[in-house]
Ligand binder design. Structure first.
Ligand code: RIB
Length: 305
């Protein structure tokens, strides 16, 4: 079982020709609303591939709460630890996707801010049965740190996706994780270094490895993904696809990586599958709605494996 301890959001996705200037009103061609949040997206990706997943998160006291829980359950995700926070709004994410498929995201965390270290302690018996804990940074940092310590204490592997980037992330905690999975922007913010080529991404990743990280996997969009550990290195190039919406592609990668890593204990295999899964996801609109089921993914990968 995989435990995702993290966020859920309602994605409000506007597809734009261009962003309005201050004071300007512009018409946009399309809009989609869907379930998102980095935590929930990663949980759904793993579940769509067939993993058993439990999700710890908090929803608000509003019209979005029940549909968020219903959505997770529709993928077979265990929602025993999805709780409502009285008087709070659910997490919401206005997203803007431009014609070249890139996105800009605002997040309003709402109830996600109320997932606390004591919630992890209350779930101890169930969490102890998990093989992997998956974390992001859309909940309180103290909860993330507590989850990392919990994983260490119980010998459970931990994957931390430092998204959205927080310059004040304590790297000592990142070093306690088995996998640290930033994208290029997050790596740049964490290291203060330029990361526009694979060579300087490698140099920035080495800076973090020298601080004691075990495995860093940098997701690099069209450039693919790069895994580096103290002894190994692997670059998996991305396949060429017709991208329409890259929102949630990093989450697709992480959910898929988690699924295949738990199944095989093989980092290279999990990375290659995750790279293809993320590529598939950018061909559809939305976040979770663009993630293929295991059946669709199996058909797709036959073309590339
Ligand atoms: O990574 C994409 C996700 O970031 C979106 O689903 C949005 O909710 C934000 O959390």
């Amino acid at each position: 079982m995989i435990a995702v301890i993290g966020s859920n959001m309602v994605d409000l996705i506007t597809y734009t020709h261009k962003m309005p200037k201050e004071g300007e009103t512009l018409e946009a061609p399309d809009f989609k609303m869907g379930c998102g949040g980095k935590g929930a997206n990663q949980a759904v990706a793993s579940a769509k591939l067939g993993s058993k997943v439990m999700m710890m998160t908090k929803v608000g006291d509003d019209i979005f709460a029940d549909s968020t829980v219903f959505n997770l359950e529709s993928f077979g995700i265990n929602t025993k630890y999805v709780e409502k926070v009285k008087g709070m709004s659910s997490g919401v994410a206005p997203i803007f996707v431009n014609p070249s498929s890139s996105n800009s995201i605002l997040i309003i965390k709402g109830a996600n801010n109320y997932l606390l270290p004591e919630d992890i302690d209350r779930a101890e018996e169930d969490l102890k049965k998990c093989k992997l804990i998956v974390l992001q940074l859309e909940i309180k940092l103290e909860t993330v740190y507590h989850a990392i310590d919990f994983g260490r204490k119980h010998g459970i592997k931990v994957l931390l996706n430092p998204a959205p980037a927080l310059p004040n992330l304590n790297i000592e905690y990142a070093c306690k994780c088995d996998f640290f999975v930033p994208n290029e922007t997050e790596l740049e913010i964490l290291t203060g270094m330029k990361v526009n080529t694979i060579d300087n991404i490698r140099t920035a990743a080495k800076v973090l490895l020298n601080k004691g990280l075990r495995n860093i996997i940098v997701t690099m969009g069209e450039k693919g993904s790069l895994w580096m550990s103290q002894t190994d290195e692997l670059h998996v190039p991305a396949i060429k696809v017709n991208a329409v919406d890259t929102s949630g592609a990093g989450d697709a990668f992480i959910g898929c990586f988690s699924h295949y890593y738990c199944e095989s204990n093989n980092i290279e295999l999990a990375m290659r599958k995750a790279s293809l899964y993320a590529s598939y996801s950018v061909m559809g609109k939305g976040t979770q709605t663009s993630y293929p089921t295991i059946e669709k993914f199996s058909d797709f990968i036959q073309l590339y494996e």
